[in-house]
Design a protein around this ligand. Structure first.
Ligand code: FCB
Length: 445
């Protein structure tokens, strides 16, 4: 059984919950907001499970105070949210939508009034549709547009928000969006996807000095989805495949951010699909950050597969019986392993776990409660893993549960619930789950 306690973590350690704009806000076409790539994608038949769309989601836009009260009720010290680019700059560039900024003013003020520190993510995948129409992330100008967006947001909120995350999971927004086609904008073009990865990283680097100049005492970072990579067998072929796979999953992002440029072995594998890199880009991408965000969900076990995509690799079923509702193996020791590895290989400074959590097919019981003990155990075991990493010398800044609320889980629509708080999507009624109560108990000093 998990045993860690809050007292085993330093006072400065930030406990939080995490959300993203598109997944909870709804209010998709009011007060000046215009479509993002995800609104467009969701309108295409067959893209999202059950034809769900993010148009209403948790209607957080109209339930702001209630939701901030829930954050406070959990007793967390920090809340990670993202701002909607198409709500603030409906065309992606140019005219600013005052109503959009005013919403985030209220959000930030509401957090501060409740004694909760805002952690703001600039980009959690909701690219304004006009920017996609002009070429999206494979186009270099999108990186420049992002830096202007960072300027608008940080000028307005930088007096009150001190934690800034440029991007959430660049791997997902680029590889899943432009190569695998499962995420918006649903393209399948490896070269475009790789160019997109470069421009997302470039945009991160371009935004850093903007944030530094607009936010006094700001702390800036990026949130990467990282995975421990294991080999299916001891064969040389599988070991080499695992190294290649790790190259695209992990090192492709970690290396350039830490001043090493893109990994040579991955560039070789990509051949003509490797991105075009302008002079100075790598130095821009390697700009100094103050912390590294890591989102951790699962490990991957890899076998050699000549037909298996750009890295000629295949993910093998773990055979584990303890899996979440996504089929993701529950593997907390992977978090310790990952943190030790990143610390050893990159010396990134403080690391915050910006997302970790689980979906289960929650049901409301006859007593009106959601008895999701498995989610509480999942979280507690991962906190144990953090403590082990800390004991192993990892510098940890915080831990954020994904997520505050059940929400729009991308291509899975509303079918996958991740919240500490249950949302009835028909009535918008919120109910604290047992896991939320457990987390609040865990955090109580
Ligand atoms: C991560 C995303 C987040 C959520 C969780 C389950 O990849 O960053 O928005 O969907 O997965």
């Amino acid at each position: 059984m998990p045993r860690s306690t809050r007292a085993q973590f330093p006072d400065a350690f930030r406990w939080g919950v995490s959300t993203s704009a598109l997944q909870i806000e709804g209010a998709s076409d009011i007060e000046g907001r215009r479509p993002s790539v995800w609104d467009t994608f969701a309108a295409e038949p067959g893209r999202i499970r059950n034809g769900d769309t993010p148009a209403v989601a948790c209607d957080h836009y109209h339930h702001l105070d209630e939701d901030l009260d829930l954050v406070k009720a959990l007793g967390v010290g920090a809340y990670r949210f993202s701002v909607s680019w198409p709500r603030i700059l409906p065309r992606g560039t140019g005219a600013v939508n005052e109503a959009g900024l005013a919403f985030y003013d209220r959000l930030v003020d509401g957090l501060l009034e409740r004694g909760v520190e805002p952690w703001l993510t600039l980009y959690h995948w909701d690219l304004p549709q006009p920017l996609e129409d002009a070429g999206g992330w494979p186009r270099r100008e999108t990186a420049l547009a992002f830096s202007d967006f960072a300027d608008v947001v940080s000028r307005r909120l930088g007096d009150r928000v001190k934690r800034w995350i440029t991007h959430n999971e660049p791997w997902c927004s680029t590889i899943k969006g432009y190569y695998e086609g499962e995420f918006a904008p649903g393209k399948r073009d490896l070269a475009a996807a790789m160019q997109a990865t470069h421009h997302v990283l470039l945009s991160h680097g371009l935004a850093l000095p903007v944030l530094r100049s607009n936010v006094v005492g700001g702390q800036c970072g990026i949130a990467l989805s990282l995975h421990p990579i294991h080999t299916a067998t001891d064969s040389e072929a599988d070991r080499l495949a695992a190294t290649r796979h790790d190259g695209l999953r992990n090192r492709w992002f970690l290396d350039p951010l830490h001043g090493r440029g893109y990994p040579e072995d991955v560039l070789r594998e990509l051949g003509p699909a490797a991105p075009t890199i302008a002079e100075g880009d790598l130095a821009t991408i390697a700009g100094k950050t103050d912390f590294l965000g890591i989102n951790y969900y699962f490990r991957e076990i890899i076998a050699d597969d000549p037909e298996g995509g750009p890295m000629r690799s295949r993910v093998v079923e773990t055979g584990a019986s303890d899996v979440t509702g996504f089929g993701w193996e529950v593997y907390p020791e992977g978090l310790t392993e990952l943190l030790l590895r990143v610390t050893r290989d990159y010396h990134p400074g403080p690391i915050a776990i910006t997302e970790n959590g689980a979906t289960y097919p929650d049901e409301m019981a006859a007593d009106g409660k959601i008895h999701d003990e498995r989610r509480a155990i999942y979280i507690h075991r991962h906190i144990d893993a953090l403590r082990d990493a800390m004991n192993g010398g990892v510098d940890l800044a915080g831990y954020f549960v994904w997520s505050l609320l059940d929400n729009f889980e991308w291509a899975e629509g509303y079918s996958k619930r991740f919240g500490l708080v249950h949302v009835d999507f028909a009535t918008q009624e919120r109910t604290m789950k047992d896991s939320g109560r457990w987390f609040a108990d865990f955090l109580r000093p």
